[in-house]
Design a protein. Structure first.
Length: 238
């Protein structure tokens, strides 16, 4: 009877070990753990400061207020012109996942005593404008600490995120985005009434030299789950 019980125990422990190993390398299960943290956020607002350092790209440093409410309401308040990288505000799995991509577990490694998983997000069909995406997931706090996007025609974008713990949520403190472009942005004039494209048309099709540039995003004054009203997203900016 004791021998039978030992065999049964060994079988159960083996099955649990196999299940745990599979869940550790299942990309969907890993991203579900990351997403679970953000599912509890109903709304937030935060001040965002952008610093752009890209040759020939003339945009002054910007401070803006960003508002979010589930499921997909976003409002950005700022003065003048600003470009905000789509992946730079809140790197949640939902940002990267849709029906047109497939997930693949790439590898795991340890750095500074922290385990990381690397997951590939690839388009199901080869589309030149769709990047191959690689996510580095911190297995200690279940956050996406690095995002790498590889574009066939444009180059590589790499985003590193430093987090802060706000009210029990791991939220971005700073995000540094490196643009490693195959072709530089040509020097152009500012758009005006006579030249709405700012002179860029004279450089169309020109093969220019590769260039590297940075965008640094800093987040301050987070307010989470304060019950943002829908009216916030309907207001017009003047």
């Amino acid at each position: 009877m004791k021998r039978s019980l030992r065999i049964t125990t060994i079988i159960i422990l083996t099955l649990l070990s196999v299940h745990n190993l599979k869940s550790q390398t299942d990309p969907r299960a890993i991203l579900d753990k990351v997403q679970a943290q953000y599912d509890a956020i109903e709304d937030y607002q935060v001040s965002v400061h952008l610093n752009v350092d890209i040759k020939n790209f003339r945009m002054p440093n910007k401070t803006m207020r960003v508002y979010f409410k589930k499921p997909d309401k976003v409002k950005i308040k700022t003065s003048g012109f600003a470009i905000v990288p789509r992946f730079g505000l809140m790197p949640t799995p939902a940002t990267f996942l849709n029906d047109s991509v497939q997930l693949e577990y790439v590898r795991s490694f340890r750095e500074n005593a922290i385990a990381y998983h690397v997951i590939s997000v690839q388009p199901k069909k080869e589309i030149k404008t769709s990047p191959a995406i690689y996510l580095r997931v911190n297995a200690q706090r279940w956050t996406i600490d690095r995002v790498q996007l590889e574009y066939q025609q444009i180059g590589t974008t790499e985003m590193d995120i430093v987090y802060q713990n706000m009210a029990g949520f791991w939220l971005p403190e700073t995000t540094k985005i490196l643009f490693d472009l195959k072709h530089s942005i040509p020097p152009v004039e500012r758009p005006n009434i006579d030249r709405p494209f700012g002179g860029m048309e004279q450089y169309a099709g020109n093969d220019t030299q590769p260039v590297r540039g940075y965008v640094t995003i800093t987040f301050t004054n987070f307010f989470i789950n304060k019950g943002l009203k829908d009216a916030v997203f309907e207001e017009e900016d003047y």
